[in-house]
Design a protein around this ligand. Sequence first.
Ligand SMILES: Cc1ncc(COP(=O)(O)O)c(C=O)c1O
Length: 395
Amino acid sequence: MTTTQTELRLAKRMSRLGTETAFEVLVRARALERQGRHIIHLEIGEPDMDTPANVVEAGVKALREGYTHYGPAAGLPELREAIAAEVATSRGINVSPDEVVVVPGGKPIIFFSLLALAEKGDEVVYPNPGFPIYESMINFVGAKPVPIPLREERDFRLDVDELASLITDRTRLIILNSPQNPTGGVVTRSDVEDIAAAIGDRDIMVLSDEIYSRLLFEGEPYSIASIPGFKDRTIILTGFSKTYSMTGWRLGYGVMRSDLAAQFARLATNSTSCTATFTQIAGVEAVRGDQSEPEKMRQEFQRRRDVFVSGINQIKGFSCRMPKGAFYTFPNIKQTHWPSKKLADALLEETGVAGLSGTAFGSFGEGYMRFSTANSIANLQEALDRIDQWTKKHL
Ligand SMILES: Cc1ncc(COP(=O)(O)O)c(C=O)c1O
């Protein structure tokens, strides 16, 4: 960073903003690569497959056809229609296009939900360990973070009685995420029904982060929005990043009551103006076109999960539950007797395996590490060998 003479006076709120450690570990891993080290990247949460060819073609064609200008803040009508039809079918609810807001990735839906709904003094319940942007944004808007611990002994499904005990008159928003980042945990249909019963008819909104809902290895996804009386109190967050391997395209969306959607569109007008229009045309092809590629990806992630979990369970000090969704494994490392962050750093520096400390996902992540399985089986096996060698030397 270049130095300047004048002191940078930041707004106070900037001190409350968190981060996503995966990107920082990626930077360190890339620096090691520049020194000639061979790194196996199990830190970042993105599919390693190419975006399906039909989607790429649609995007390129859209560029040639002049989709290079501003579009409506809430998204192109054709994409909002395609998404409304898909979400209606998959969740068994009525969805109209004016209940869909298209944004650059899933993340802005988290940002907009907190900006639009929570203020100082409001309480927001969210999973811990969980996607770090929830806690970051809750703090940023000045609301009170109320973590709900996810425990290994429950296969990282939240405990509904515990959730019920955390709901107060100040609870404004409850964030759910299934399949879950970082644990791969999945709530069952009856869990979702129990969560709905715990919320009852209170005026609480639910942000249901369903970005991994197509990466489920058993059963069917079930959204709280499908429960009678909950659609109007739910913001479904999902998108294209994980399902269609489109992380760099920046395309995601929220589904919510239309009056709230109009408010999200105002936030879009004030921040991004709109999502890239050619990207949205590619999104129409992703939703309406052939679905065999995402299904192939899902099966491939299942194969990799099986290889990695069985391998890591052979390694001294590590034990890992079988994740039921997403492309993450979250092994318990307590028997290594190393703190998570120190272990993650040592594995990166000494073996070239980049993983994340469980604490990157909140304080309840201590004693765990997250390894993404978005890498080839050969690389996963190589990573397992390196970790095994390391533990033989150090434990
Ligand atoms: C749980 C969860 N929600 C939202 C996102 C954001 O996805 P996007 O890259 O589309 O912004 C991620 C990305 O890692 C995630 O893991």
